[in-house]
Design a protein around this ligand. Structure first.
Ligand SMILES: NC(=O)c1ccc[n+]([C@@H]2O[C@H](COP(=O)([O-])OP(=O)(O)OC[C@H]3O[C@@H](n4cnc5c(N)ncnc54)[C@H](OP(=O)(O)O)[C@@H]3O)[C@@H](O)[C@H]2O)c1
Length: 244
């Protein structure tokens, strides 16, 4: 790898926002480690990264179950450097059963495992690489973690709201090593994620939502900022967004 090449790790890279972020990084020539559970979807994103001018590394990874340190080691082995110039944590999940009347504790735990513990484990494993590069961490939360959104579900809202202190403590404690973290809180996005809603939106509703590329553009705004500038939090919604 050329010593000027920047290395990013994107979780949830097989679809939606993660795929759009990987493609946006590739357009700037980054080497992008792509992780997610579904290998065929990662391979498809890898093709898009290559076509956009980047270098993909496919590293299948379940944020709820696999060891994030092993994953980061495999990225270092593939790139020949331990630096991580950017890490974008997009992996997330929800369930259609979202209220106290129908949620199950097993599903609640699974959502927290992915949305909160998955982010914390990934962040913990990525920090040495981020320190080496004075890199940028982007944590994809949700507008449902930014303000109360009962429709998004108890587990989802609670797990996403818990990401604010994760990002804030990184920024308090890691500034001296040059690491900067951004909490990115999007409203409705037209992606596969909507299939997890109790009532799946139709084409008309989807057409008014954010596109994954809109969210990727916000992530790139944080990543492209000069090294002395930290974007602590970004909230991005479609014009049509209302409380739900
Ligand atoms: N769509 C929305 O309206 C919306 C709004 C606000 C925030 N968000 C957030 O945006 C992020 C990206 O979602 P999206 O809209 O782009 O939907 P998406 O296309 O469904 O993306 C979610 C990604 O997370 C990955 N993922 C889920 N569980 C995982 C696990 N245990 N380990 C590894 N990867 C896992 C999935 O890949 P695999 O299944 O291959 O693992 C998938 O690529 C999520 O964190 C979501 O909470 C979405």
């Amino acid at each position: 790898m050329n010593s000027d090449t920047r290395v990013a790790w994107v979780t949830g890279a097989g679809s939606g926002v993660g795929r759009a972020c990987a493609t946006a990084l590739a357009e700037q020539g980054w080497t992008v480690a792509l992780s997610g559970r579904r290998a065929p979807e990662l391979a498809e994103t890898a093709g898009l990264v290559r076509a956009a001018g980047g270098t993909p590394i496919e590293v299948p990874f379940d944020v709820a179950a696999d060891d994030a340190r092993d994953l980061v080691e495999s990225i270092a082995a593939a790139t020949g450097t331990d630096r991580l110039d950017a890490v974008i944590l997009c992996a997330g999940s929800n369930t259609p059963r979202r209220s106290w009347s129908d949620q199950s504790m097993a599903e609640f735990a699974a959502v927290v495992q992915t949305n909160l513990l998955g982010v914390v484990r990934s962040t913990d494993a990525a920090l040495p690489g981020l320190r080496s590069a004075s890199g940028v961490l982007v944590v994809v939360s949700s507008i449902a973690g930014w303000r109360p959104s009962p429709g998004a579900g108890v587990a989802y809202s609670a797990s996403k709201a818990a990401l604010a202190p994760v990002v804030r403590t990184i920024n308090d404690q890691e500034a001296d090593s040059g690491v900067r973290a951004t909490l990115l809180c999007p409203g409705d996005i037209d992606s596969d994620f909507l299939s997890q809603r109790p009532v799946v939106p139709g084409a008309a509703a989807r057409s008014a939502m954010l596109a994954p590329s809109d969210v990727a553009r916000s992530a790139m705004f944080a990543i492209d900022a000069p090294r002395h500038v930290r974007i602590d939090e970004l909230v991005i919604s479609p014009l049509s967004q209302r409380s739900f």
